[in-house]
Design a protein around this ligand. Structure first.
Ligand code: C5P
Length: 395
């Protein structure tokens, strides 16, 4: 597998404040480090009641700062030095008290002083009891923080440590990681509406059997995630796959090519970009049975096939329709087949890959074909190729 580090060279100060969600920040550090980030942890007094600095030190590989009076910095200015080199300060969990202190520009502990002295963006992931979150004072504070340019991540709804259910849970570490990666991604598709297809289709023979293919949906889901991170509003029409939709993506589940066709065509006119990544079955069963076919019903059942509509070609033929991008998965003659397909479907751009390079796996090799010719991308993880495809589309 080709390694991808989506936060390589990013220096992140992770502030941890007092709350039971602090234990999840240990996992967050692990995820950030795995993505190549340099993580400096700063804790409040309250945070150290829940998790020890040693945990964060071991995971981040750097000693943790907690006191304004820490003598490790030669100039005695930990609050300045620690935040100056940072690409962002991320506070997770951010307690109600901490948010209130930031609103008022207080500098009564190291973390609050660093936040006040920062020259970089601030992101906070609030975590608190639902009543504390809903309290007018907290809501006022959050509104003020937003007005001051602070990025608020979450909170999520659900069961809380106190047993109550409601808004105020910290986002899960994976979700915070996704938000952070999105934060650092240039917003090349800001304000654009992207409609996409992904996965295989399933063409029923009877209620339990059907014709499908080995498309895992991974490439399409990676493209949906990359488009979302680039600031687009993304609708993903998905065939049956075992994948979780990327955060912030509107997923519409379909099964057959006809369902996919209907879901796409009813939305295509309002899209700016259409990307067809799905491996749509070329044919469906004309005589699919209402009831399960039985072996003892005499002979081999005849399966009659009819052609499915070409979704991509139809979208490309719409008057004033979206900018269309296709995918071509071939087992040989990639360039010739992909360019022929691109011209036949009348689309400006097609991404070609050899089935043996990408089907079902995490990595792929893509070549982009347009009127100017072929633009090969280096073999990489599907997430990296997806971002490169989005950049190409944006330009
Ligand atoms: O013609 P072929 O299936 O090889 O073309 C692949 C491209 O066309 C992909 O982008 C696929 O999503 C799209 N397609 C489609 N509807 C079909 C068949 C393919 O949108 N019925």
């Amino acid at each position: 597998m080709v390694m991808t580090m989506e936060l390589q060279n990013k220096r992140i100060v992770l502030g941890v404040t007092g709350g039971i969600a602090a234990y999840k920040s240990a996992e967050l550090v692990r995820l950030l480090i795995k993505q190549g980030a340099d993580v400096q942890v700063a804790m409040t007094e309250g945070a150290m009641r829940f998790v020890t600095p040693l945990t964060f030190q071991a995971l981040s590989g750097q000693s943790v700062f907690a006191s304004q009076w820490d003598e490790r910095m030669p100039n005695g200015m930990a609050h300045i030095d620690l935040s100056r080199q940072a690409d962002c300060i991320l506070v997770a969990p951010a307690s109600a008290d901490f948010l209130a202190r930031v609103v008022h520009g207080q500098a009564d502990d190291l973390l609050a002083t660093m936040v006040l002295a920062r020259a970089c963006p601030l992101l906070v992931a609030p975590a608190m009891n639902r009543q504390m979150w809903e309290n007018a004072a907290t809501q006022r504070n959050v509104t003020q923080l937003q007005a001051d340019g602070v990025h608020i991540l979450g909170p999520a709804c659900g069961e809380q440590a106190c047993g109550e259910v409601g808004a105020g849970r910290m986002l899960e570490p994976e979700e915070i990681l996704e938000e952070l990666i999105a934060f650092f991604t240039p917003k090349l598709l800001a304000g654009k509406r992207v409609l996409m297809t992904a996965g295989p289709t399933f063409e029923a023979i009877d209620p339990v059997r059907g014709i499908t293919n080995l498309s895992s949906g991974r490439m399409g889901y990676a493209v949906a995630r990359a488009a979302r991170q680039a600031g687009a509003e993304v609708t993903l029409v998905s065939g049956p796959v075992g994948l979780v939709a990327p955060g912030g993506v509107d997923r519409i589940n379909v099964r057959s090519a006809l369902e996919m066709h209907a879901a796409v065509l009813s939305r295509a006119a309002s899209a700016d970009i259409f990307i067809g990544v799905a491996a749509v079955a070329d044919y469906r069963v004309a005589n699919s049975a209402e009831h399960k076919l039985k072996k003892d019903n005499g002979g081999i059942p005849p399966i009659e096939l009819v052609e499915n509509p070409d979704i991509l070609a139809e979208v490309a033929a719409l008057d004033g329709g979206p900018f269309c991008v296709g995918f071509a998965a071939e087992s040989r003659n990639l360039e010739a087949y992909a360019q022929t397909k691109r011209r036949k479907k009348n689309i400006p751009l097609i991404a070609g890959n050899l089935i043996q390079d990408g089907f079902g796996g995490d990595d792929n090799t893509l070549i982009l074909f347009d009127e100017a010719g072929a633009h090969p991308l280096k073999p990489a993880a599907k997430s990296v190729l997806a971002s490169q495809l989005i950049e190409h589309i944006a330009h």
